[in-house]
Ligand binder design. Structure first.
Ligand code: NDP
Ligand code: 2IT
Length: 451
């Protein structure tokens, strides 16, 4: 991935990032991918170099770290860590999800916040970048425990956020249930009904299509990539990973556009259903995952298909891969296997699901590759539309929001094509997304002085 002419500049830049942020490996990985593609651009546009824009973007404007004490159903006190990374507010209030998962730490949230800054810029909407969460594990907890935790989390977070300051939303482990508990506690503490969170229920300020938006957008982005080669999703066999919010709606949209989704997974393993996951089977998954909070293995038992314990789905033959679970879920070997089996398109619903080595494999094979910060931007885009509707005190129809989402995904694709180097019909979407996202933030930061 390294552009040879600037290899030493990139190395020097990364050495400083690693020394200043020790042990934050996911953050280093996200920064390296971006600076590798942007340093050549910055060297050619020295005004950004003089203003140290890339250095400043890599330093959060503010990091909030706090204690979350709560009582479990047995009456025992539990303590978790809470975080909010307010990364960049050059183009709008901090915006980005909350992740509740035992693997959450400062480095993971800084990588997510860093990616979010570029992603939000690409959406064309006025949103800065942030991310937050906790090492709390919602798995196996009762609704009452999740509520107690969310209330304690918000009891500290509420003083740092606001509809014009910082607007959190969901991510792994944070869906409609958690957003409800968080919103209720914010309202109680502030005595204000405002659009301080997105992903709210539709009866209390949420936007239609927000639950669907990330998965739908991921497939719309895939469709845009396919269009550049005169192709479409019709007839494509797809491997999806994960079985949560993003995976569910990626499956729905891929199927609706004529594709066949043959895999879904969770952290324990994956299912392979060669007949395809149709709408009836997807309804079962949604009930299983969103209401019963069960395991994907139960799908294999119900529909009599294969379940692979402890494995990821990338060994299954497919045309299109839609990784929708978590970071670094496709490594170099997985990428080689996908390509050897004929996969020619990867559209990332998850954030940074491909390791740098996997990305290199895609790029060398010149397959179509839509990186997360472009391909999964549909979720935060509809969050932005939820903020607009809250400000207007209006709600738009399903059709209107979906039309806006489709247009935004088209525009993000066009931005990637504008800034991405090309070779015949191959487009480098990684460079395109990074530079396309960077320019707007950089110009806003320049205009605002060194703040
Ligand atoms: P959910 O919590 O709804 O679902 C996450 C899914 O991924 C579950 O099936 C979960 O399995 C699996 N998973 C999580 N962690 C791991 C792990 N370490 N190893 C293997 N599987 C894992 O989250 P979302 O669907 O919202 O998020 C999925 C991805 O999409 C994340 O990368 C997120 O950052 C990204 N994203 C989400 C957006 C949104 O709007 N929600 C927007 C843009 C990106 P299990 O149940 O066993 O944990
Ligand atoms: O990674 C992401 O873009 C999200 N989790 C959604 C953020 C948002 O504010 O909707």
């Amino acid at each position: 991935m390294t552009n040879n002419a600037y290899e030493s500049v990139i190395k020097e830049f990364m050495a400083k990032v690693i020394a200043r942020n020790p042990g934050e490996v996911e953050f280093h990985q996200a920064v390296e991918e971006v600076v590798t593609t942007i340093i050549p651009y910055v060297e050619e546009n020295p005004k950004y170099k003089v203003a140290k824009i890339l250095e400043r973007i890599g330093e959060p404007e503010r990091v909030i770290l706090f204690r979350i004490p709560w009582k479990d159903d047995k009456g025992e006190i539990q303590i978790n860590k809470g975080y909010r990374i307010e990364m960049n507010s050059a183009i709008g209030p901090y915006k980005g999800g909350l992740r509740f998962h035992p693997t959450v730490n400062l480095g993971v949230l800084k990588f997510l916040a860093y990616e979010q800054v570029f992603k939000n810029s690409l959406t064309t909407l006025p949103m800065g970048g942030g991310k937050g969460g906790s090492d709390f594990d919602p798995k196996g907890k009762s609704d009452n425990e999740v509520m107690a935790f969310c209330q304690s989390f918000m009891t500290e977070l509420f003083r740092h956020i606001g509809p014009n300051t910082d607007v959190p939303a969901g991510d792994i482990g944070v869906g409609g249930r958690e957003i409800g508990f968080l919103f209720g506690q914010y309202k109680r503490l502030k005595n204000e009904f405002t659009g301080v969170l997105t992903g709210k229920g539709r009866e209390w300020g949420g936007s239609l299509i927000r639950p669907e938006a990330t998965g739908y957008g991921q497939v719309y982005f895939a469709e845009e990539m396919l269009k550049t080669r005169g192709d479409s999703m019709k007839g494509k066999t797809c491997c999806v990973s994960g079985s949560g919010n993003v995976a569910q709606y990626a499956t729905e949209k891929a199927t609706e556009l004529g594709g066949k989704v043959v895999t879904l997974s969770d952290s324990a393993g994956f299912i392979y259903d060669p007949d395809g996951i149709d709408s009836e089977k997807l309804a079962y998954i949604m009930e299983l995952k969103n209401v019963k909070r069960g395991r994907i293995k139960e799908y294999a038992e119900k529909y009599g298909c294969e379940y692979y314990e402890g494995k990821r789905p990338w060994g299954i033959k497919c045309d299109v891969a839609l990784p929708s679970a978590t970071q670094n879920e496709i490594d170099e070997e997985d990428a080689k296997t996908l390509i050897a089996n004929g996969c020619f398109l990867v559209s990332e619903g998850a954030n940074m699901p491909s390791t740098p080595e996997a990305v290199e494999v895609y790029q060398n094979a010149k397959i179509m590759y839509g990186p997360g910060k472009a391909a999964n931007a549909g979720g935060v885009s509809v969050s932005g539309l939820e903020m607009s509707q809250n400000s207007l005190r209006l709600s738009w129809t399903r059709e209107e929001v979906d039309a806006r989402l489709q247009q935004i995904m088209k525009d993000i694709h066009a931005t990637c094509v504008k800034y991405g180097p090309k070779d015949g019909d191959y487009i480098d979407y990684v460079t395109g997304a990074n530079i396309g996202g960077f320019v707007k933030i950089a110009d806003a930061m320049m205009a605002q002085g060194y703040v």
